[in-house]
Design a protein around this ligand. Sequence first.
Ligand code: OOG
Ligand code: NI
Length: 486
Amino acid sequence: MSQEKFLGSWELRAAFARALSDMYGKEVPAYTTLLEVSREVNADFVAAHGADAERLGSIDRVTAERHGAIRVGTPAEISQVARVFGAMGMRPVGFYDLRDASSSSVPVISTAFRPVDRAELARNPFRVFTSMLVPGDRRFFTPDQERRLDEFLAARVLFPPELLLLADRAAAEGGLPASGAATFLLLATKAFELSREPVDQAWYRELEAVSAVAADIGGVASTHINHLTPRVLDIDDLYARMTARGITMIPAVQGPPRWDGPDVLLRQTSFRALAEPRTFRTAGGEIVEDALRVRFGEVEARGIALTRDGRSAYDAAVAELDERAAGLDEAGRQRIGREIWERTFPATEAELAARGLGFFTYELADDDSHDAPPSGPGPVAGPGRTPAPGAETGTDHGSPRPGRAPRVVRAPVVYEDFLPRSAAGIFQSNLSDEGAKDSAQAGAERDADWMEGALGRELADPFELYARQVDESREAAAATLGVAPQ
Ligand code: OOG
Ligand code: NI
């Protein structure tokens, strides 16, 4: 018998991302348009900017890159999600509490499953923003609703036992042989397909009156992908092209404003998908067709990861903007945002690094290598640190230096996570109704430790992961140069 091909966890991840994308393209045609426009934007950006265009990720990585969003109902369900994604080398990273991130009714807490190592991210960075309902939060559900919600959620099966068994095997063995991999991918993709099973209308509408998100999660017997998001290199260009095609986008690009300095964190924008036909069972047992608008299209541009100091500066800038732009239109908000931004953030990567606001790795570069191109003149210094001694710290762009010692060049670390405020905005743009939240009631205490318990595995801190990438790069560079890292 010939040796069966073995798919490693990253190959499962890449294949799963592709399969989901194909499935979602069939379900939501506007997504296919979005992919088409994204490809055009990226190709034109690379043509216009050359090698610099790939500073924050190779064009191959960016073209294939997606994030998904899913929503589940209970700790048991999210721990199963962790097993399925764990099989693909995706670990839970970060904690987001969206109950307070906006004034509307979004009764969920979230994490993101993603690869955590640099090499794994480079192979395929697929990530999934995963939210779970917070029952027990009296601001949203009455005790009676809560009891019925618990009962409903406990009775459903989101992931078949065969899928979970294969997931555990893949996690233990670092992947699966081809036949097991095919079954795993089929079942995993199917678990996120929109179900055609009739939805209990009375139950769905009752939850919808509390929160559309609660109904989307707890009103149906299965889960589904809420959106899949491609990455573009120029989101303002994408926005203009989608608008020119007659697709109505939300009024703004969320996150940092457009400006001439380095792109940081994450900028996102979206459009509402068309209403989708869904089948309901009425209280009288009749089967009727209705339409639901719960899914939509989203696109993003990723920038440099910020350190804790950088992030505090960002959060303070956003708070100041909110205060000063209250009541202004989008153009006014943009103008003030830019002004605050220019005062808060340095205009070059060199300064972002020198002031300890952004994460950068330090690589040894062949002289004409563009793998880790430098960002321009300036000292190579990490957050509060100096480069390995003995290393040449000149960062002139790619000029050959025959006979010289290898150069240490600074390369930006890409932000791989999410922003709670943009996430809340995305949830909100999905809602046709504000829902009902009784703010006089106490909310349920839920934090990262609680989430870690629900997941049944370690929940990584994004800042620590970025810092680790930086340290590893320093150690590797120092080892090659034969000096001690600092
Ligand atoms: C998730 C919203 C968050 C993002 O990109 O910030 C998100 C959801 O709607 O389920 O996907
Ligand atoms: Ni998203």
